[in-house]
Design a protein around this ligand. Structure first.
Ligand code: BES
Ligand code: ZN
Length: 639
């Protein structure tokens, strides 16, 4: 046996007995089963703001002597359960475990290994459901129709339906939804009705009114990719296999934003990995309380309306969510401890798409922005950086994965792959990409399996691989080594920032600056300018900072930008300079966006400079925010 290289000792010590490593974020006993298909039949009860449903699993028992099925639930009502058509009366819902929900325990006698068993569960959601946001008609653009949308990643699916809520379990899906308003789900819509003769399904459907929408998902997906939205939705083509869905008032703006790039992005990704397998790639543009920039729900990427800026400058979000069609949706992290396999790979592919469409310099420019976010995110972590700034995090003991969410899996993950690309050579690394995605498609893996696959593919380059400090990359907190990025696009931003800093250190005369300084710039260049200037300002006294920010505001009108990336950077700079005239504007901005990337830092900054205003702003808008966002901001503000 060959000895373990010194830089892989921790890796070997931590290597689990079973691959992929068991998921600590589920209470279910998923490892005893293989789920073949899932039927999810839902009725949207707009009056009570709940979903009533039946879920029917077709599953194999893959271990001997399995006496119970344990599923994840969170704030669900369970009405009735059948196992192979027999009612199981003695099921129980265990007491709630903080963060992970309540285990649903279903005794099934002493079952032997067997195939194609059926498990049917009737349930309904409750007002505590963390996966759903119900908007009143007043909270929508059109003001005529209420709206409902879900967000299941990472572990909110369990509050939508009883499931093995782990990315380690995948199944194909059939969905039937009855609603008064148009419905989209993470699947393709079916021409044929998909009704069955199951009496429980019929009971749920017939108890409601509205139209039935039928969908199927032919590729096995994990629970966190289950998604639903319903409301006054209309659609328009944005490419040969793509549509955008949104409320009627926004559909033209959304079409314009995406129609030039979507198909080009798909083709670019196909050239890097392999052909797109999901048939359609559609995008739903949500109301402003959607808590993320985007969510890669298969066949229906969910996107924040902050990407609709009128200038097609935020389409990298679409490239990112599209890239998940390979990294995440076909090849999936086995648990949230290995989340970098989803997000690091996706950022890597997103930047390959950008390079293919706009040129290699743009890939580097995007990586420069990402590096800065990585630095900031680790700095903001404080003590929790010890765990959460590692590529492989520890979520054992019931930590909520939402708690560990940060830029680290994205950017440390990207930099890890970028390092591999540089070490092994672009061409050889290029050929590894389809190999990796083919090997694991339809499956879930962990970081140990990733390491082994790299060794498997590059067996002729073992020495190079042994030179990688795997232990540090995987398990050591903090920044990785910084690569050399091509700064050709960033240079103009650095120069303008230098000019401002020189003026500040000199006489504080800012009269030579004007809006012309940024002529021809993209909003990302403004972002890099503000990031760089912000760093430089940290070293100056408060008085100087204040004057400079006031001048900056009057020359460039940054708070009026149509780009939320620019606006949020501006408020960070303005609050750190304690520019009081911007506080109310920031508070107003926080009432218009629910994307956590902007809301959480915005509240933290406002809290530092004017706590009363931060708290009042949160209270004023708390029904606007999504439940996940609300609870995290509450925590950030110490409420
Ligand atoms: N999958 C994520 C969103 C997510 C992660 C939701 C974890 C819940 C838990 C999505 O693909 C994402 O990364 N969105 C980014 C987009 C950006 C990197 C372009 C976002 O929301 O900011
Ligand atoms: Zn992502």
């Amino acid at each position: 046996m060959s000895s373990v290289p010194a830089n892989q000792i921790l890796l070997e010590q931590n290597r689990p007995a079973r691959s992929p490593e068991l998921d600590p974020s589920t209470l279910s006993n998923f490892e005893n089963f293989k789920v073949n298909t899932t039927r999810l039949v839902l009725q949207v009860d707009w009056q009570q703001k709940i979903l009533k449903g039946v879920v029917k699993y077709d599953l194999d028992i893959v271990q001997a002597n399995v006496s119970q099925i344990v599923l994840d639930t969170s704030f669900l009502n369970i009405a009735n359960i059948k196992w192979n058509k027999q009612t199981i009366a003695d099921f129980s819902v265990a007491s709630r475990r903080e963060h992970l929900g309540a285990a649903l325990v279903i005794p099934i006698g002493n079952a032997a290994k067997s195939k194609n068993n059926s498990l049917t569960i009737c349930f309904s959601t409750t007002e505590n459901c963390t996966a759903l946001q119900w908007l009143t008609r007043e909270q929508t653009s059109g003001k005529t129709t209420p709206y409902l949308f879900s967000q299941c990643e990472p572990i909110h699916a369990r509050s939508l339906f009883p499931c093995f809520d782990t990315p380690g379990v995948k199944s194909t899906f059939t969905y039937i939804v009855r609603s008064d308003h148009p419905v989209v789900v993470s699947g393709n819509s079916s021409e044929q009705p998909l009704f069955s003769d199951d009496e429980d399904e019929q009971a749920v459907i017939n108890a409601g009114k509205g139209t039935d929408y039928h969908f199927y998902q032919h590729i096995p997906i994990p629970s966190y990719l289950v998604a639903i939205a319903s409301g006054d939705l209309t659609s328009n083509d944005i490419g040969p296999r793509s549509k955008v869905y949104t409320e009627p008032a926004n559909v033209n703006a959304c079409t314009y934003e995406f129609e030039a790039d979507t198909e080009n992005f798909i083709r670019a990704a196909e050239a890097v990995v392999f052909p797109y397998e999901w048939k359609t790639f559609n995008v739903l543009v949500l109301p402003p309380s959607f808590p993320y920039g985007g969510m890669e729900n298969p066949n229906i990427t969910f996107a924040t309306p902050t990407v609709i800026s009128g200038d097609r400058q935020n389409v990298d979000v679409i490239a990112h969510e599209l890239a998940h069609s390979w990294s995440g949706n076909l090849v999936t992290n086995g648990s949230w401890e290995h989340f970098w396999l989803n997000e690091g790979w996706t950022v890597y592919l997103e930047r390959r798409i950008i390079a293919a469409v706009h040129g290699e310099a743009h890939r580097h420019f995007s990586a420069i922005i990402g590096w800065k976010q990585l630095e900031e995110s680790i700095e903001a972590m404080g003590a929790s950086a010890d765990n959460y700034s590692r590529l492989v995090v520890n979520l054992k003991g019931g930590v909520h994965p939402d708690e560990s969410y940060s830029t680290v899996p994205y950017e440390k993950g990207f930099n890890f792959l970028f390092m591999l690309e540089n070490l092994l050579g672009k061409e050889t690394f290029d050929s590894f990409i389809p190999f990796y995605f083919n090997k694991f498609k339809g499956k879930s893996l962990d970081s140990y399996m990733f390491r082994d696959t790299v060794y498997e593919y590059f067996k002729d380059q073992k020495e190079k691989l042994d030179s990688i400090d795997w232990d540090t990359w995987y398990f050591t907190p903090g920044l990785p080594p910084k690569p050399k990025f091509d700064t050709s696009i960033a240079n103009a931003c650095y120069r303008l920032s230098d000019k401002w800093l020189e003026a500040a250190k000199g006489n504080g005369d800012y009269s030579s600056f004007s809006a012309k300084d940024m002529d021809g710039w993209t909003s990302s260049q403004t972002v890099v300018f503000l990031d760089t200037l912000g760093d430089g300002l940290d070293k100056l006294d408060l008085g100087v900072k204040k004057n400079l920010s006031a001048a900056l505001s009057s020359k460039y009108h940054l708070s009026e930008s149509s780009n939320a990336e620019v606006i949020s950077r501006w408020y960070r700079l303005a609050t750190s300079a304690e520019l009081e005239s911007e506080y109310q504007r920031l508070a107003d901005f926080l009432g218009t966006v629910g994307r956590m990337k902007y809301v959480r830092p915005g509240f933290r900054q406002l809290n530092k400079v004017k706590r009363e205003l931060a708290i009042a702003t949160f209270k004023k808008n708390d029904t606007f925010y999504h439940p996940i966002c609300r609870s995290l901001v509450q925590k950030d503000l110490g409420l």
